[in-house]
Design a protein around this ligand. Structure first.
Ligand code: ADP
Length: 244
């Protein structure tokens, strides 16, 4: 089983959207795929996949059982939390133990790929997860703004420091097509992710536009690659780049 972590320098750049859709694209391509949401403080995978009411875990012989969605096995730290409105106020060691439990005890069965959605940034929890999971590769998601790009530099350096190769940088929310005239509008600029990847000598996997069908599918709890979103084809090409 190959483990791929999806990271971002900061929150809100579309990391979870990329992680979920990466898992569903791998599954579409015929790979046995799992998706693990490791964000204790803000697990968004349940919302993006319509699993917000899954609570408690179906354990089998001491193992945690993932929920299967369209052939993808999904487990979120959110399933183990008391309620979706309860904030996590644990200190570091408790969180580390919780992370270890979720990483080591989920009954994935046979998998080709496990996509891990990390918390944003490069803090303690991300270090714990990477140390326990020992992933084979990292995908870094950014938006074109310079602040996000500075943070992504940190994320790339973090991956190098912990010895996880960056398999691709993805620039999300990279321009949008004007619904009236069809011409591209570069809302937050564009091209910065590619430039940064070149500068840091890591592969650039591609850009995803700001697209209302992506936002809508997230709200509806459906991965956009499973809808007729015009961005689905763009994303499939990005995944091909990542797998190269
Ligand atoms: P993160 O995991 O980085 O915090 P999310 O994946 O949760 O970010 O995305 C934040 C919000 O932005 C969600 O509402 C999501 O549906 C939306 N979103 C993400 N990428 C796009 C995009 N390319 N176009 C439109 N909306 C997007």
């Amino acid at each position: 089983m190959k483990k791929i972590v999806v990271m971002s320098g900061k929150g809100g750049v579309g990391k979870s959207t990329v992680a979920a859709n990466l898992a569903f694209t791998l599954s579409k391509k015929g790979y046995r795929t799992g998706l693990l949401d490791c964000d204790i403080h803000g697990p968004s995978i349940p919302k993006l996949l319509g699993l917000e009411d899954v609570r408690g875990v179906d354990s089998k012989e001491g193992k945690l059982k993932p929920v299967e969605v369209d052939g993808v096995k999904v487990f979120s730290m959110g399933f183990m939390l008391p309620s979706r409105d309860t904030p996590v106020v644990w200190r570091g060691p408790v969180k580390h133990k919780f992370i270890q439990e979720a990483l080591q005890n989920v009954d994935w069965g046979e998998l080709d790929y496990l996509v891990i959605d990390l918390p944003p940034g490069t803090g303690d929890e991300v270090i714990s997860i990477v140390q326990v999971a020992k992933p084979e590769g990292a995908v870094i998601v950014t938006t074109p703004q310079s602040v996000a790009l500075e943070d992504v530099r940190k994320a790339v350096n973090f991956s190098i420091h912990v010895g996880v190769p960056v398999i691709g940088v993805i620039e999300n929310m990279s321009g949008m097509l004007c619904p009236h005239c069809g011409k591209p509008i570069e809302v937050f600029g564009a091209g910065g992710g590619k430039k940064l990847a070149e500068e840091m000598a890591v592969p650039f996997a591609g850009s995803i536009p700001l697209d209302t069908t992506i936002f809508r599918s997230g709200e509806d709890g459906k991965p956009f690659v499973r809808t007729d979103s015009p961005s689905a084809e763009i994303f499939e090409k990005i995944v091909d780049e990542l797998l190269e």
